[in-house]
Unconditional design. Structure first.
Lengths: 370, 851
């Protein structure tokens, strides 16, 4: 029964990561302690109000102040503090240098995700030396090959275009896949307001703050599909800024990883070919990138392998089951026709003026981008 | 003279009646429409309390609508935008328009009576604060009916609120609430001076009622906690209105500065709200235990300790911002530490209950309910204070549950207990005991059903501030339970409101001191008289009514101080801070509409600025200045018709004091401590940018140079010196030197102000280009405005003497102005050092670092 009450794709009490596991343990212990403290104190109050017949003298009562007010809390809190803080270094330590590195940038109201290109060593992330010099934070950020860059150059869309020669990243959006039992290093940034990156089943959250880069280390410990959320209020559609994390066996992950790094597959059916043409002619490519085609917009999510994702529009479309999400072509056309219907104030314009058959072709094309 | 604690002779019946008639005439509450010109603490405190309670009900209705929206998944009862406005307003109203004001309101009503004073020292200031509160509150709340409410959350984090919410909402929040924060500070000044200076003779510092101790601590906290927020408001509004990039990382700003300023306010705020409620408990518990509090000194020390510690915890609201581990550990530890003084207070109350014999009644029931709930909030607070757990719980419904257990358990329950306890005091009528028990169980059940499941909801992953959620995540049913509970809770509150209104209108008067309490406020008469207390007694214990036999009778017979109002003036006693030895018979002003008009114009200045109508705002500000000057000119530091007055019991007290003996001087001192705190927050901003940037001031960016700042320092120092000298020349009646000195001082002040601004101006510092010029302009602008006010004060003093309103002996005005200039001196010296000297040092440091 207890197990059922704690489970869920977004539950902190159904841990699937090392950090979440440790914190859940901490929670249960603290809760048990809190229950004891509450029972004792409230029991004393009930006794004093209801059963006490005025037989206690002041000195005896005064001992409650010393014992209950000073000694007991000091001892308990010191113990708790030592134990709680002992967890801290493990939770905030950077992942080993050869770990998988993922950069996630929050934007209103979706997640731009960059993976390191497979089979290429070294690091691929820009570093803002100016940010960290004096404060000493983020001292573990790896240096980029290009050396330090002044922060002004970092630009709002510093995601390097995948078309450049020598690129060592590839981009996707609103979905993260991880190999089980491998530490992963996240680099977190924001493109507009403050967001907070949180995968409850794997571990704690870290804020994404404009002008800064924060880090998070996670180690998933079992496979499954987990839901992540933006935890910091970030404007009108904050509610609909979610994502999915899929933890896979190492082999499955490697397969997926290599596939994601590849350019988009060619459209195979007449309908999807037509969709590909519409994608360019209707203006989609102004904001979206489909690697391997002329579409290279960077304002919106990278759609190169959008058909392989389990949800659409940052977790809005899940096939009606947020625990086992799936997307079909109709979801695509509904979304494209009127995004604001599903996500108030969304920046993507509506394309409801397109004829239904165009919408269908576009959807089929996007769905085919596996 | 030797035995003042015993009352004086019993005046004859005829004498008593004549005295009472004169007192009544002096303290008569105006009738008809002039009723609203009242300034007496009983009226103002009552209005204040009622209005704050109305805002509470309004905030509660918003919460109910939100609970309807969240009752089922994917509900469309509200749009996202509406929901965002509702939760922003719910939090802001509950904090700024209810929790802080209601406790100040209750204190305004209660404190003078508790200390045997006729009124607070600055009745018109209370009235001004009330009208500001009403105008500002209605303005802020009203915005929701136009869909124009703020929607940045009650914490208003930029850059969301600076660059991504173009509507008027954020401006309403920043300016409307800054206006109310100023009113809160005004009330705090009033309450501090009230506790320190307006106690009854003999009430030494160790005999002060615990309530007054708590209010002293809380008012002190308001004084130091609100100014950083006001400084933050100023910076954020400057960014919104004029594009000064304080929080824009593209131009050197940093959104984290807001978080620091906000939470330096925001965490003490929790204790500002919580401690006065504990203060109510500290009054209720001894009464119903039938014995004095056990551990009086423990309670006082714990309250003071909580006040201090609460300023060192703010970072625990920022545990997930990627701070270094050392900070996390340090602030975790500090957050744990604050649980200890809180625990001490709770155990002092328990010890009192154990040592006494408890009379069970509705106030006790609500105190019990409050403790039982608050302890849960405290324990979950200890949990989230452990940084690792906070990584998960932060910004989820777990925290929503936690904070409502703290605030409802720690504030609403005690306040309801206080309503039951003090209703006879405020209205002369007692609320229903039977209905009270029913209300308690409904409210207690509704509260727990609403908020207890939220802990679970949060742990299952539901984040805060979402207007909807999909089905299938496991927390749908929990939300439904919470929504049902919310309506049960609201039902309980509704019955409570009904019984309050019914009791006020229909129930008969209850007897005097119905709870058989021991503190002085229970000496009021039924029905109450407007004079506060018939005669001001000499006190020798913490529970005078218990300790001093026949005290109430002796008070009534006018056998103590100030039993008469021979001149028909409103008078109360001023005593020394530590020993409460009488030092002055203070004349306090009577009814006036000036505070109302001052509040209208002040409100106009803020409200017009909200809509960027700066010309209208400026005019309104000038109007406010003029009304306030008239108010000061006609109503303050009035030269008395005779220098001293026989106050009874063979004691004669001066009717006028100046310098540190005067309440006005204390008010200036306390106000300026708050003012300097806001200024220091701006300086903190400057150095914050220095810590986050490798080079600050940025290389190649012009600073204000050192020439103009130096000129400013020279001129302003001269003006400062002349102002201090003028005090002396006034005493010595050296009129030429006095007028000449002040005239030159005004010129130097104006010249110094211009020189301050000339620094960044002549060096072409563009505040929209980068945060460095922006913060420099903010500092010199702040200082220049204060210099302008200082010059106005110098002129005011010269005019006062010219028109015979100030003399060599009656010189409170210039004493206070001198004090203002001391703080101004600190301000301009620090400003010049920061903007002119620091860049030189920083540059030297940089050069030293680079080989």
């Amino acid at each position: 029964m207890l197990v059922n009450g704690c489970s869920g794709p977004q539950s902190t009490l159904d841990p699937a990561g090392e950090s979440a596991q440790k914190i859940a343990q901490l929670f249960w212990t603290m809760t048990a302690g809190a229950a004891i403290v509450w029972t004792v104190v409230v029991g004393l109050a009930v006794y004093a109000i209801k059963f006490n017949r005025g037989t206690h003298d002041v000195h005896q009562a005064g001992r409650y102040i010393i014992g209950g007010g000073v000694v007991a809390p000091t001892v308990v809190l010191t113990g708790l503090l030592i134990w709680g803080l002992a967890l801290l270094p493990g939770l905030v330590a950077p992942a080993p240098a050869d770990s998988l590195k993922i950069r996630v940038r929050g934007a209103q109201w979706w997640w731009r995700v960059h993976y390191q290109m497979p089979d290429i060593g070294g690091n691929v992330f820009e570093v803002r030396v100016a940010d960290r010099q004096r404060s000493g934070r983020d001292s573990g950020i790896p240096e980029s090959a290009a050396g330090s860059k002044p922060r002004d150059d970092a630009g709002p869309v510093a995601a390097p275009s995948a078309a450049e020669p020598g690129t060592r990243f590839f981009g996707l959006a609103n979905e993260i896949r991880l190999p089980v039992n491998q530490p992963v290093q996240f680099y977190l940034e924001s493109e507009d307001v403050i967001h907070s990156f949180w995968i409850p089943a794997l571990g704690g959250k870290v804020d994404m703050i404009p002008g800064r880069q924060t880090r998070l280390t996670l180690v998933p410990t079992r496979t499954g599909v987990f839901r992540g959320a933006c935890a910091e209020y970030c404007g009108t559609a904050h509610t609909w800024m979610n994502f999915y994390v899929i933890v896979m066996e190492q082999d499955d992950f490697s397969r997926w990883y290599r596939a994601q790094a590849l350019p988009a597959s060619e459209p195979l059916t007449p309908e999807s070919t037509r969709g590909a043409e519409l994608f360019l002619s209707s203006g989609c490519s102004a904001c979206h990138t489909v690697r391997g085609t002329q579409a290279d917009g960077t304002l919106g999510p990278d759609l190169t392998h959008v058909g392989s994702r389990v949800s659409l529009a940052a977790g809005v479309f899940t096939g009606g089951n947020p625990g086992q999400p799936s997307v079909d072509a109709r979801d695509f056309s509904e979304w494209i026709a009127d995004p604001a219907r599903f996500k108030e104030s969304v920046h993507m314009p509506r394309f409801g003026m397109l004829p239904d058959e165009d919408l269908r072709s576009l959807s089929v094309y996007l769905q085919s981008l596996k | 003279m030797n035995d003042r604690e015993s009352p004086g002779e019993i005046p004859s019946q005829a004498q008593q009646e004549a005295q009472a008639a004169r007192l009544l005439a002096a303290w008569k509450t105006p009738t008809g429409w002039r009723y609203w010109s009242s300034v007496n603490n009983s009226e103002v405190g009552w209005w204040y309390t009622v209005v704050a309670f109305c805002f509470f009900l309004f905030g509660g209705v918003l919460a109910l609508i939100m609970r309807i929206q969240l009752a089922v998944p994917e509900n469309d009862f509200l749009t996202a935008e509406q929901y965002n406005q509702f939760f922003t307003m719910h939090g802001s109203i509950m904090m700024f328009l209810f929790a802080v004001p209601v406790l100040e309101a209750i204190s305004i009503m209660l404190l003078p009576e508790m200390m045997g004073a006729r009124d607070l020292p600055f009745p018109r200031l209370s009235a001004y604060g009330f009208w500001c509160f009403l105008i500002g509150g209605v303005f802020v709340c009203g915005s929701i009916f136009f869909g124009a409410s703020p929607q940045g959350g009650w914490f208003m984090y930029p850059p969301l609120t600076s660059s991504y919410q173009p509507g008027v909402g954020a401006d309403i929040w920043l300016l409307g609430l800054a206006f109310i924060e100023i009113a809160s500070i005004a009330a705090a000044v009033e309450l501090i001076v009230g506790v320190l200076k307006c106690r009854p003779p003999g009430m030494r510092i160790n005999l002060i009622p615990l309530y007054a101790w708590y209010i002293l601590v809380v008012a002190g906290m308001i004084l130091f906690a609100f100014p950083p927020l006001i400084a933050g408001d100023l910076l954020l509004e400057l960014e919104r209105a004029f594009d000064w990039p304080f929080f824009d990382p593209e131009r050197g700003g940093d959104p984290m500065l807001w978080q620091h300023l906000f939470w330096i306010f925001g965490h003490p705020e929790v204790y500002i709200v919580f401690l006065p409620s504990i203060a109510l408990i500290a009054m209720i518990v001894p009464t119903f235990a039938g014995r004095p509090i056990v551990g009086y000194s423990w309670v006082v020390l714990a309250a003071v300790g909580t006040g201090f510690l609460s300023f060192g915890l703010w970072v625990h609201h920022m545990f997930t911002t990627g701070l270094p581990g050392v900070s996390l550990g340090l602030f975790s530890a500090a957050s744990q530490a604050v649980a200890i003084p809180t625990g001490i207070q709770i155990f002092c109350f328990l010890a009192t209950l154990v040592a006494g014999k408890v009379t069970r009644s509705v106030p006790v029931l609500f105190v019990f309910g409050g403790l039982a709930s608050f302890i849960i909030g405290g324990l979950t607070g200890v949990m989230v204070a452990i940084a690792p757990f906070d990584f998960q719980a932060h910004d989820t419904f777990f925290v929503v549950g936690h904070l409502h257990y703290v605030l409802i358990g720690g504030t609403i329950f005690p306040v309801i207990a206080g309503i039951y306890y003090y209703f006879p005091f405020a209205t002369g009528r007692q609320m229903s005991e039977r209905l009270g028990r029913v209300i308690f169980w409904i409210v207690f059940a509704g509260f727990n059903v609403t908020f207890f499941p939220m802990h679970w909801t949060g742990l299952l992953g539901m984040v805060r501030r979402v207007y909807s959620y999909p089905p299938g995540l496991g927390f749908g049913w929990l939300n439904l339970v919470s929504s049902v509970g919310a309506f049960v809770l609201a039902g309980g509150i509704l019955i409570l409101v009904f019984d309050m209104v019914y009791t006020r209108l229909r129930r008969p008067h209850s007897g005097r001191n119905p709870w058989n309490a021991g503190t002085l406020e229970w000496s009021y008469e039924v029905p109450d008289k407007p004079w506060g207390i018939r005669s001001i007694p000499e006190i020798n214990g913490r529970y005078p009514i218990w300790d001093q036999p026949d005290l109430i009778r002796d008070i009534d017979q006018g056998r103590f101080y100030l039993a008469d109002a021979e001149e028909g003036l409103r008078e109360t006693m001023v005593t020394t801070t530590i020993d409460a030895t009488p030092v002055q018979c203070l004349r306090v002003p009577g009814p006036s509409f000036l505070p109302f008009w001052a509040a209208v114009f002040t409100g106009g200045a803020f409200i017009f600025a909200t809509f960027y109508l700066f010309a209208a705002a400026l005019l309104s500000g000038i109007g406010a200045t003029i009304v306030i000057l008239v108010w000061l000119w006609t109503g303050t530091a009035v030269i008395p018709e005779r220098p001293a007055r026989d106050v009874g019991l063979g004691r004669t007290l001066p009717t006028y004091n100046s310098g540190s003996q005067a309440v006005g001087w204390w008010a200036m001192l306390i106000t300026m401590l708050g003012d300097v705190t806001a200024f220091v927050s701006l300086v903190f901003g400057y150095f914050f940018y220095w810590t986050v940037h490798a080079d600050f001031p940025p290389a190649g960016m012009a600073g204000p140079g050192w020439v103009w700042p130096l000129v400013a320092v020279i001129l302003l120092s001269a003006a400062w010196w002349l102002t201090v000298q003028a005090r002396k020349w006034n005493r010595q009646n050296r009129t030429t030197a006095f007028y000449g000195g002040l005239a030159v001082a005004v010129l130097f002040s104006l010249g110094g102000g211009v020189a301050l601004l000339a620094g960044p101006w002549t060096c072409g510092m563009d505040p929209t280009r980068h945060v460095y010029p922006a913060i420099v302009w903010a500092l010199v602008g702040w200082t220049a405005v204060h210099v302008g006010v200082g010059a106005l004060m110098q002129l005011y003093c010269a005019a006062r003497r010219l028109f015979g309103k100030m003399t060599d002996r009656y010189d409170a005005d210039i004493m206070n102005v001198g004090l203002y200039w001391h703080f101004l001196g600190l301000t301009f010296l620090l400003t010049s050092a920061v903007v002119a000297v620091f860049p030189l040092l920083a540059k030297r440091g940089q050069e030293g670092l680079t080989p």
